[in-house]
Write a protein that binds this ligand. Structure first.
Ligand SMILES: Cc1cc2nc3c(=O)[nH]c(=O)nc-3n(C[C@H](O)[C@H](O)[C@H](O)COP(=O)(O)O)c2cc1C
Length: 210
């Protein structure tokens, strides 16, 4: 599928075909594509919980304003943004540093510089930590929806849920923020597609400040 077709045909679909499953291999293909998302220092502070079991999805649906698509989609993802994804003791931070050394883009002597830079940028307040986690994970979530579309899958992002309720129900550690849930599956073709929504134009998006 051409990229322009992917981006224009992606819609937040409300109705999923409950008879059509998403094979694990296809979901993983979409995730691997989305993993190409850029991130600050390549820290990739995102994770996903994939709910397939009907009971699990119903538990989530209850905490997501009862939205039927949460349980009707074959897979619903809980997207996790790791607020500690920049700290020295996060295993992916060390992995990332080792990969940079292997690639020749960093030297062991620069470890201290990287640590200080991360702390300065992301560790100054709870707000900066949350912004770090959510901005990077937001890019990932968008890439995932487009990757899914390119593979013939439909998605629906949702932030209409009880954040702390979901954290507790699914035993999600405190370091994670949950920016969004994403239902993944196939549009139920027996339903009518909602007309495409309006969008701001480039001229409305571009701003200047005096
Ligand atoms: C972060 C985010 C949260 C959203 N939360 C919900 C939600 O809880 N329930 C819902 O029905 N739609 C939700 N939406 C879907 C939007 O309403 C939808 O994307 C928007 O109206 C544009 O429609 P389109 O995606 O079909 O182009 C959400 C979208 C985003 C990006």
């Amino acid at each position: 599928m051409e990229f322009s077709q992917v981006i224009t045909s992606r819609r937040a679909v409300n109705f999923f075909d409950t008879t059509k499953d998403v094979p694990d291999s296809l979901l993983k293909q979409a995730i691997d594509m989305a993993a190409k998302t850029p991130s600050s220092f390549n820290l990739q502070p995102w994770s996903l919980m994939a709910l397939r079991n009907k009971e699990d999805k119903l538990r989530l649906q209850k905490l997501a304003m009862g939205q039927p698509k949460v349980s009707e989609a074959p897979v619903t993802l809980i997207v996790l943004a790791d607020r500690s994804g920049w700290t020295d003791d996060n295993p992916f931070v060390e992995r990332n540093f080792q990969e940079m050394i292997k690639a020749g883009t960093a030297k062991e002597e620069s470890r201290d510089w990287f640590g200080k830079a991360r702390k300065k940028l992301y560790g100054q307040s709870k707000e900066s930590e949350l912004a770090f986690a959510c901005k990077n994970t937001g890019f990932f979530a968008m890439a995932l929806m487009l990757a899914a579309k390119s593979l013939g899958l439909d998605t629906h992002p949702m932030d209409g849920f009880d954040h702390e309720g979901v954290r507790e129900e699914f035993h999600i550690p405190d370091q994670y923020w949950i920016p969004v849930l994403i239902a993944v599956g196939y549009f139920d073709e027996s339903k009518e597609r909602a007309p495409a929504k309006w969008r701001k134009t480039a001229d409305e998006i571009l701003v200047t400040f005096e």
